[in-house]
Design a protein around this ligand. Structure first.
Ligand SMILES: Cc1cc2nc3c(=O)[nH]c(=O)nc-3n(C[C@H](O)[C@H](O)[C@H](O)COP(=O)(O)OP(=O)(O)OC[C@H]3O[C@@H](n4cnc5c(N)ncnc54)[C@H](O)[C@@H]3O)c2cc1C
Length: 502
């Protein structure tokens, strides 16, 4: 595999124009990292520096970039807002493709609830456009101000109302992709618009979650919905986190979903005590072990009837609310600040006070079947305590701490992801801490698998030098080999994001 040599960069400049190709060191440095934690595991950062960054404005220009990459066999890394935990990091000498200038609405098919946009459109602009037209987007990631729509497909994004409506792959009905041979092809079920078809293989879904390893997504067609006329938010406190989790599980049962409970989530004291301190400067009440909140949406009569059912479930599990607790709106504020500061934890760190890099959020999100959630969480909490106790992993205890031990949120029916965050001190994270983190991670993988879980329900990172081994162990050798065979057929020169997955 080559790095972008001057000849290739000149060819890109000749074809795209100088304003669409940047090879100055400042731009290249900006494009080497994402919000992902992989950076923690390396002391040599130059190996992430792209050779140049290109800014195509059309599908034809994107094809041109791929043609040059193919000719010189230079790796391509597609990049959106670079907020993801894994996959958009640069590679030394690669061509980083920044899609931000491809941000237009291509088609708005109001009567059929379909919209087609270019891949570089920001999620927030997509959401706002639909809201202005009187509709509701089903895409709703936390970092929506930076996330791009193409990335939603490339990583099969997680959305606010996932429990009711599913992840990005459920909303995306068709994709335009520039393949490694520089051909642009539309992939959908059958033709672009039918929602069910058995005319051909479902190739669109092969690209959902492919993280730029099979091609560059340039356009996508999504479904959207009418906004529900009534929305009720509620929250309850619990003295035992297990009761909070049982409430969570009961409120996400299939009939509750169809009755209008679109979202439910639990929050452990480990997170809450840090969050209220950072956001409200309050001490968390000792006796409250966890919270569970819920969102009910739909027609007013249905929402009101569902709320009565929900309250019954909450009280059966000993849920309550008291005046001593912080205002219920603080959960919303916690989410707001999370987006604003690229992670709630950054508030309590040097990053805001001094600017630039201080501590670093390390998000994680294992997937677990609901039936195993409580047992798994008990073991997971034990393992998290080892991260901090100073006895089991002394170097790690000195450089990493637990911000959130994992908040259960729905994925598929009867499945949950634990959305959690560690906070790492970038300056202290030395080789010893790196090794201990990897040991900690390997043991954690065994806990997750013991409960039939997955290392990542949506887009968690796996340390790169453990990645192939852990993927094979989770998926099985045959599955992994099938993926590799598909990759070889579509990308025989291995130019598309080659360091990812394989
Ligand atoms: C605090 C925090 C909260 C988060 N909450 C959520 C959440 O609620 N839901 C959620 O889904 N995610 C969440 N994320 C992860 C991330 O912010 C989102 O997934 C986001 O949508 C990623 O978009 P991006 O444009 O930043 O992607 P990037 O990081 O730029 O890219 C992600 C991957 O997609 C590939 N890619 C990007 N564009 C293309 C393209 N056009 N063609 C092919 N491949 C492409 C990249 O190569 C990379 O592998 C969170 C992250 C943080 C830090």
């Amino acid at each position: 595999m080559m790095e972008a040599k001057q000849e290739a960069i000149d060819e890109l400049k000749d074809n795209l124009g100088k304003k669409k190709v940047a090879d100055d060191i400042a731009t290249r440095i900006v494009h080497r990292f994402t919000h992902g934690p992989e950076i923690l595991l390396h002391s040599e950062w130059d190996k992430f520096t792209p050779g140049c960054v290109v800014y195509p404005e059309t599908v034809e220009e994107t094809q041109m970039v791929v043609r040059v990459a193919d000719k010189y066999e230079i790796p391509i890394v597609p990049q959106g807002g670079r907020t993801c935990t894994y996959g958009a990091e640069g590679m030394y000498g690669c061509i980083a493709v920044d899609l931000a200038r491809m941000d237009k609405i291509v088609d708005f098919d109001e009567s059929n609830y379909r919209i087609t946009v270019e891949a570089g459109m920001r999620a927030v602009d997509f959401i706002n456009f639909l809201a202005e037209k009187g509709y509701m987007s089903l895409e709703f990631p936390t970092m929506n101000r930076a996330s791009q729509m193409g990335s939603r497909a490339a990583l099969h994004g997680y959305n606010k109302f996932e429990g009711r409506w599913g992840s990005s792959g459920n909303h995306i009905k068709a994709l335009e992709v520039v393949l490694p041979n520089a051909k642009a092809v539309w992939l959908g079920r059958g033709t672009r618009f039918p929602t069910k078809s058995v005319v051909g293989y479902n190739l669109k879904d092969l690209f959902i979650g492919s993280r730029g390893t099979l091609g560059i997504i340039t356009k996508l067609t999504e479904r959207f919905i009418d906004p529900p006329p009534k929305y009720i938010y509620g929250i309850s406190a619990f003295k035992d986190w297990r009761d909070a989790f049982k409430t969570y599980i009961d409120l996400k049962r299939p009939l509750m979903l169809s009755a209008g409970v679109w979202r439910v989530k639990s929050y452990h004291k480990w997170l809450l005590s840090q969050a209220v301190k950072a956001i409200l400067e309050l001490d968390w009440p000792e006796e409250v072990a966890a919270l569970t909140d819920y969102h009910i949406l739909g027609y007013p009569e249905v929402v009101e009837a569902t709320e009565r059912l929900v309250k019954r479930v909450v009280s059966e599990h000993n849920g309550y609310w008291s005046e001593d607790l912080p205002e219920t709106t603080f959960i919303g504020r916690m989410h707001e600040s999370m987006e604003k500061y690229m992670g709630m934890g950054a508030i309590g760190t040097e990053r805001i006070e001094k600017g630039g890099m201080g501590d670093r959020i390390v998000p994680y999100d294992p997937g677990i079947p609901d039936g195993n959630l409580i047992k798994m969480y008990e073991e997971h909490l034990e393992h998290l305590r080892k991260m901090e106790d100073g006895e089991h992993y002394p170097a790690l205890a000195d450089s990493m701490r637990v911000l959130s031990p994992g908040e259960p949120v729905p994925t598929d029916l009867s499945y949950t992801k634990l959305w959690g965050q560690w906070l790492a001190n970038l300056k202290k994270f030395d080789d010893e801490a790196r090794n201990e983190f990897k040991q900690w991670f390997a043991e954690w993988a065994n806990i997750i698998w013991r409960y039939n879980g997955s290392l990542t329900a949506t887009h968690n990172f796996i340390p790169r030098d453990m990645e192939v081994d852990l993927r094979k162990r989770e998926l099985g050798e045959d599955y992994y080999e099938l993926m590799r065979a598909i990759k070889r057929v579509i990308d025989p020169k291995n130019i598309m994001n080659p360091k990812v997955i394989f």
